[in-house]
Design a protein around this ligand. Structure first.
Ligand SMILES: C[C@H](O)[C@H](O)[C@@H](O)C(=O)CO
Ligand SMILES: [Mn+2]
Length: 414
């Protein structure tokens, strides 16, 4: 018997919290792990620079440069993360064989068959993203382009991505969240804000005019307030995206790096849940701006988790991570972020939400503050250890990552 765990369980029980129930719920929560942390968002379909305001800093050795390496690294990371999850792919991670070169408007399910094999081997679901950046045709604008050929190219790209998303869902037996984000915008003050948004709307209408199984594919739309090179105006603003998903019954996607620094996604979740069946999240850590730092167990991550749990929205919120840090060991970056999301959810599951809500409703704000502060020094560590133990895991995972870095990553020569 684990005495520390049993004692901690009793401490939580004294607040009316059922620890075993919380652990059971956590076991079944899937978090979508983004493949692009492993190769600094390069992808396999082009060798040009990153674009669309996507930037990585750092040159930590061992970046994955092939699909084999990326899968090997993801496998390593997943072996250190408790539970069964999903992986999140971008279209730029298509795998071409025998010298085949296929542009993004013509990629097919077969170019992702190895990812499906990988997912099946590890019992993972797959989420997907059309890649509308880091491509010669994305230098200016994509779905809002004034150039009809370019706009059509990206419409076609998103349509083939819907087909690939259906394939993922059929093969894995789990729905695929397919997220559309465009980097279109302007560096300086626009003369016409309406035109590009009108073209973006028309493009989305055309993309979504193809039939697809709405039970298998959840199309989401991700807004952004600004980006590098589009500081003054983004076509896919929050208002645009929220209104569009409302009209078309799509799913909104909120990335917590995509708002003004004093705006919090945690505060937006309840409002979105009142009007949408589902909500998708990109959990990240914006340091002063959309810097996509590794997710920590910080206040906003914990608050996001609390909003999902206390509103009973686990089956309505798709949780994905979105960050890319090239300055530290990339496998550690995955493990830290994934485990922190799980820790935040577990902490939220271990809170007496009904009691707290009653206090708020009775306007007992002093009692509520006392209780909220007490929650911060609960014996969470012992519960987390118990969770790791059920998966034969412990806190010493970094030693395994260090050994992998020495034996595998450092031998790659990048
Ligand atoms: C790779 C990107 O993070 C992603 O496509 C998008 O979700 C984003 O957040 C752009 O800032
Ligand atoms: Mn994002």
């Amino acid at each position: 018997m684990n005495e520390a765990y049993e004692r901690a369980k009793q401490t939580y029980a004294s607040y009316g919290v059922d620890v075993e129930k919380a652990l059971k719920i956590l076991e079944n929560i899937k978090i979508s792990m983004h493949c692009w942390q492993g190769d600094d968002v390069h992808g396999f379909d082009q060798s040009g620079p990153l674009s669309g305001g996507i930037a990585t800093t750092g040159n930590y050795p061992g970046r994955a440069t092939t699909s084999e390496e990326l899968m090997q690294d993801m496998e390593m990371a997943l072996s250190l993360i408790p539970g069964k999850h999903k992986i999140n792919l971008h279209a730029s991670y298509a795998i071409f064989e025998d010298g085949e070169i296929v542009d993004r408007d013509a990629i097919k399910p077969k170019h992702f068959q190895k990812w499906v094999d990988f997912a099946k081997k590890h019992q993972l679901g797959i989420d997907f993203n059309p890649t509308l950046f880091s491509h010669p045709k994305a230098e200016k604008a994509t779905l809002s382009s004034i150039d009809e050929d370019i706009r059509k190219f990206w419409i076609q790209h998103c349509q083939v991505c819907i087909r690939i998303s259906e394939y993922f869902a059929q093969e894995t037996g789990q729905p695929c969240v397919m997220n559309i984000w465009i980097p279109d915008g302007l560096k300086d003050i626009p003369a016409d804000r309406l035109g590009p948004r009108k073209r973006f709307k028309d493009s989305l209408d055309e993309i979504l005019s193809i039939p697809y199984d709405h039970e298998l594919v959840y199309v989401t739309l991700e807004s952004k307030v600004f980006g590098i090179g589009m500081e003054s105006y983004t076509v896919g603003s929050s208002e645009f995206c929220i209104n569009y998903v409302n009209e078309k019954h799509l799913t909104p996607l909120m990335d917590n790096g995509h708002y003004h620094p004093m705006e919090y996604v945690s505060d937006k979740i309840s409002a979105m849940l009142l009007f949408h069946e589902h909500l998708a999240l990109h959990v990240t850590r914006p340091v002063r701006w959309d810097s996509d730092h590794v997710v920590l167990l910080d206040d906003e991550t914990k608050e996001i988790a609390k909003e999902i749990i206390r509103n009973g929205a686990l089956d309505r919120v798709f949780i994905a991570l979105d960050y890319f840090d090239a300055s530290i060991n990339r496998i550690a970056a995955w493990v830290i972020g994934m485990q922190n999301m799980q820790k935040a959810l577990l902490q939220a599951l271990l809170m007496p939400h009904d009691l707290m809500k009653k206090m708020q409703d009775k306007e007992d704000f002093t009692g509520l503050m006392v209780l909220q502060e007490q929650m911060k020094s609960m014996p969470f560590y012992d519960i987390w250890q118990q969770f790791l133990n059920t998966y034969d895991m412990d806190e010493c995972w970094y030693e395994e990552v260090q050994a992998y870095e020495k034996n595998v990553l450092r031998k790659r020569g990048v």
